[in-house]
Design a protein around this ligand. Structure first.
Ligand SMILES: [Zn+2]
Length: 309
């Protein structure tokens, strides 16, 4: 089982990239997704800061791209919206989970959150790097603000509906506030360990432990500047971060969140989604077969079984 908690490929598909592939453009299309043996992928609707004035419209446009991808390729992929759908994983088609990267599209209205849920959204990264109506991203660290009342209401509603609360990109203060509020285990969909690479997008050991104590997951990302400083990252650097996080919270707390098509700087050998089995092989040098299964997807499967409706 391979589950990837974060890609930004809907943006590229919306801009005209061939969905089915196999192409050589960017990091992901459906043919390469299958070649990479990915069983379930999280497709994020990313709203660029410049489009925030029309964030709801942009989010709906990317949701349309998601559904076109799914409906036009029923032999390759299927949507994952509930526990029932998880039973279809691992039988030759890739499950696709619709997520939102940044809560801008919610427009400050919990009613819109419920509408997005009805459209199939099952995970939300609460912020990108900047402040929004829910709380602060990592770029706003100096403010030391907690979540807004709306941010708290969003988490309560997400817990009630059965949506995955994603803390990647969130400021440290808001991060701990979410852990106070959320009744369900959380996901950090694409962040690494600050102890190994001091980058504002990475998590301190204390943050990693706080996620682990509550049954949550930290999904390690392939973005080179989040892995190492001053050189291009290699696949073994990804495994170093996985090993560090596993040493803190156990193998049960680690997952994978590539950030394919969300960055120009990936770890060298993991240059597109078809290379995913390379990570599995590299993990096999340091972890048992059972542990590798958990890291590559088993842990996310367990979280989704707990959280999804
Ligand atoms: Zn991101």
């Amino acid at each position: 089982m391979i589950i990837d908690c974060h890609n930004d490929s809907l943006t590229a598909f919306r801009a005209g990239r061939e969905v089915r592939g196999p192409g050589s453009c960017g990091h992901l299309d459906l043919a390469r997704l299958r070649a990479g043996r990915v069983d379930l992928a999280f497709f994020a609707c990313f709203v660029e800061p410049a489009s925030q004035i029309v964030a709801t419209h942009r989010t709906l446009a990317l949701i349309d791209t998601f559904w076109q991808m799914v409906e036009e390729n029923p032999t390759l992929v299927f949507p994952v919206m509930g526990k029932q759908d998880l039973k279809l994983l691992g039988h030759g088609r890739t499950g696709c989970l619709l997520s939102m990267e940044g809560g801008e599209g919610l427009g400050g209205d919990v009613g819109l959150l419920r509408c997005f849920f009805r459209l199939g959204v099952r995970a939300i990264t609460l912020t990108w790097n900047n402040r929004n109506l829910l709380g602060d991203g990592v770029g706003e660290q100096g403010t030391r603000s907690r979540l807004t009342n709306f941010g708290v209401a969003v988490i309560e509603q997400m817990n009630e509906l059965g949506m995955v609360v994603d803390l990647a990109h969130l400021s440290e203060r808001c991060f701990y506030h979410v852990l106070e509020c959320s009744t369900a285990p959380v996901l950090v969909s694409h962040s690494n360990a600050r102890a190994l690479c001091d980058h504002p997008r990475n998590l301190s050991d204390e943050q990693i432990c706080a996620v682990g104590e509550r049954g949550g997951l930290v999904a390690v990302t392939f973005v080179s500047p989040f892995l190492v400083k001053g050189r291009a990252a290699q696949v073994h650097d990804v495994v170093d971060h996985i090993e560090h996080i596993a040493a803190l919270i156990g193998v049960d707390g680690v997952a994978i969140g590539s950030d394919f098509d969300g960055t120009d700087e990936l770890a060298a050998e993991l240059y597109d989604v078809a290379q995913m089995p390379r990570l599995r092989r590299e993990l096999g040098k340091r972890f048992s077969a059972l542990e590798v299964e958990k890291i590559m997807g088993g842990n996310v499967l367990r979280l989704l079984q707990q959280v999804l409706p």
